[in-house]
Design a binder for this molecule. Structure first.
Ligand code: ZN
Length: 226
């Protein structure tokens, strides 16, 4: 099923959201009377999406997919850190219960969170979250500091933040245990362009832990019993 493409230019109101829901249900049922029966039966999405909370980067629309197709986790600037219980819970459920085949970290150029991380302004609590991106900057400042164009510099940090997210996923026991069981799982890094609507694959896909430096390699689960 592919919904009609409608680009709203009118003001979004609270009441309008509920009316929009009714209209969507009616239009969906007119096209496919069994649509909700099928979705209500359960989900088996093959993909976990970790993206930015930015309202302009919704996982389903930009990949032309539908409800039921993608398991989604979003936070400001699509940060992946191993102290985030929310992210770890989503990852564990997606990998071990839903058995997704792919995990995609998708950032976007022009990300306000990444731009803020490059600056010195205090925004409040969020500064602590963006500190994770400053830590990524610290790993790559030699490369970033020689980019004089501010937009290009922040767009490069967008890419590096996604790559760091991919690496951080491969360091989790969740992903490593899955690979240790011989199960197929690809971890990918993408960046979306708000200006063209197109996604760039950063080609940092990992299907095994071979690239991880040894200090991050966990022994298999059996070692816990030893
Ligand atoms: Zn963003």
């Amino acid at each position: 099923m592919c919904a009609k493409v409608e680009h709203h230019t009118h003001e979004i109101t609270y009441e309008g959201l509920l009316q929009g829901n009714k209209d969507w249900v009616a239009a969906t049922l007119a096209e496919d009377p069994a649509y909700f029966d099928r979705l209500a039966a359960g989900q088996k999405p093959p993909v976990l999406w970790i993206g930015c909370s930015d309202s302009r980067v919704p996982a389903n629309q930009i990949t032309h997919t539908n409800p039921g197709d993608i398991f989604v986790h979003r936070n400001i600037a699509n940060v992946v850190v191993h102290t985030d219980m929310n992210m770890l819970s989503v990852l564990d459920y997606a990998v071990n219960v839903l058995e997704v085949q792919h995990v995609i970290v998708c950032g976007h150029y022009g990300c306000g969170g990444v731009q803020a991380a490059l600056g010195n302004k205090q925004y409040g609590i969020i500064d602590n979250w963006l500190r994770n991106i400053k830590d990524t900057y610290r790993l790559h400042y030699h490369e970033l500091d020689i980019i004089s164009d501010e937009k290009k510099r922040s767009d490069r940090l967008v890419e590096l933040n996604v790559m760091e997210g991919v690496f951080n996923l491969t360091k989790t026991s969740i992903v490593q245990n899955r690979w240790g069981e011989g199960k197929k799982l690809g971890v990918h890094g993408w960046v979306y362009s708000l200006e063209t609507g197109l996604i760039k694959d950063l080609q940092v896909t990992s299907n095994s832990g071979t690239h991880i430096s040894s200090v991050f390699k966990m022994d298999g689960q059996d070692s816990k019993k030893a």
